[in-house]
Structures are given as C-alpha cells and as structure tokens.
Design a protein around this ligand. Structure first.
Ligand code: DAT
Ligand code: MG
Length: 137
C-alpha cells in the first residue's frame, strides 16, 4: 500500500555532509521524495516529535543534539515505505547496525550519551502522519 513516512537527517548527517548520500540511497531504492526542507528544529517541534521518549535518560541529550545544528526533513512516499526506510536506516545503535544500512555504513559511537545515528524514520502510519504534521504543518 502506498504510504508516506517522515525522514529526518539529523544534525550529525547534515554537519558531516551526508545529506546527498542519504537522499541518494532513498532515491536509489526508488522511493519518491515528495517534500524536502532544511531548517533549525524548534524546541516545541522536538518536544512533540519525541514525546514518547520524555523521561528517558537519553531524552534531554537527544533534544540538545537535535538543536545543535540544522536538520533536513523529508516526506518520502512508496509502497511499504515506513518499514522500507527503517530497513535502509538500520538498527538504532550505529555500532551494531548492519553494514549496507545508512547507520551501519556511515554511523558510529562517538562516546556520547546520545546515539548520533544520522537519520530518523517514522515507525507506523499513525506516527508518520503525526510527524509529517509537526515538520510540514
Ligand atoms: P529509532 O530512531 O531507531 O526509531 P528510538 O525511537 O527508540 O529509535 O529512539 C529515538 C532516538 O533516541 C534514537 O534514534 C537515538 C536515541 N536513543 C534511543 N535509545 C537510546 C539509548 N539507549 N541511548 C542513547 N540514545 C538513544
Ligand atoms: Mg523511533
């Protein structure tokens, strides 16, 4: 079924000059980039986006990291793209994410409290619609 997902290229990805490489992988998979913006995240957007993680030990380091530089937000479309992009991204922890994935090929542990893992992808249809409205109104 055709779906939409919300992809964020996090500040580490933008700062390291990996925006093109990450978008290339999405397009190489033949998903469609329907909307694309670069901006500084606002604190209220991050509070809404990461509401499910509020209270966890990594929450504040995660929010601070997401405010540390510009991000790229994209709406990506395709059949089963929610699962498909998470497969392209790889597991949350870049140390163990499989080679061949964005996080596995391009990410690593930097010895910090937060996992700098380059990208976010929505995890369900409901999350995707909620997150798209946060970043694209
Ligand atoms: P994902 O981004 O794979 O959907 P998540 O939704 O569980 O993972 O967590 C959101 C982000 O929070 C994740 O991309 C990196 C950070 N994070 C999650 N678990 C963490 C942990 N145990 N230690 C540090 N950062 C963590
Ligand atoms: Mg998640």
């Amino acid at each position: 079924m055709t779906e939409r997902t919300l992809v964020l290229i996090k500040p580490d990805g933008v700062q390291r000059g990996l925006t093109g490489e990450i978008l290339r992988r999405i397009e190489a998979k033949a998903y469609v980039i329907a909307q694309l913006t670069k901006s500084d995240a606002a604190p209220d957007q991050l509070a809404a986006h990461y509401a499910e993680h509020e209270g966890k030990p990594f929450y504040q380091p995660l929010v601070d990291f997401m405010l540390s530089g510009p991000i790229v937000a994209a709406v990506v479309e395709g059949n089963d793209v929610i699962k498909g992009f998470r497969s392209l991204a790889g597991q949350t922890d870049p140390t163990t994410a499989a080679p061949g994935t964005i996080r596995g090929d391009l990410g690593r542990d930097w010895g910090e409290k937060v996992q700098k893992n380059l990208v976010h992808g929505s995890d369900s249809v409901e999350s995707a619609e909620r997150e798209i409205s946060i970043w694209f109104g």
